[in-house]
Design a protein. Structure first.
Length: 96
């Protein structure tokens, strides 16, 4: 099992523990993934009902902001997410 697979498994397991744990796991997953992998792996979590989970997914894109696709996705989250915390995280990512 690769490091990325292990981190993906940890993120899924963390979802059962609660949104805060999932948020941190998603950040770690994003750091280990390439930009394309991050889009595939983290994008789904942007639809989670928990703002903490969505924020963790956004923060997982931090190392991939040079990617046009990632920037476009984060811009969409900034304009559409109902949570001020998630929008603030998106704004921080775009300000990098």
């Amino acid at each position: 099992m690769t490091e990325l697979q292990e981190l993906a498994d940890q993120a899924l397991s963390a979802m059962k523990s609660g949104p805060a744990e999932a948020s941190f796991a998603l950040e770690r997953l994003g750091e280990a993934a390439s930009a394309e992998q991050a889009m595939d792996l983290l994008g789904w979590f942007l639809f989670d009902p928990s703002p903490l989970v969505r924020e963790g997914a956004i923060l997982g894109f931090a190392t991939h902001m040079a990617s046009d696709r990632v920037r476009e996705l984060v811009e969409r989250v900034l304009s559409c997410d109902p949570s001020p915390g998630v929008r603030d995280a998106a704004m921080d990512m775009l300000d990098q």
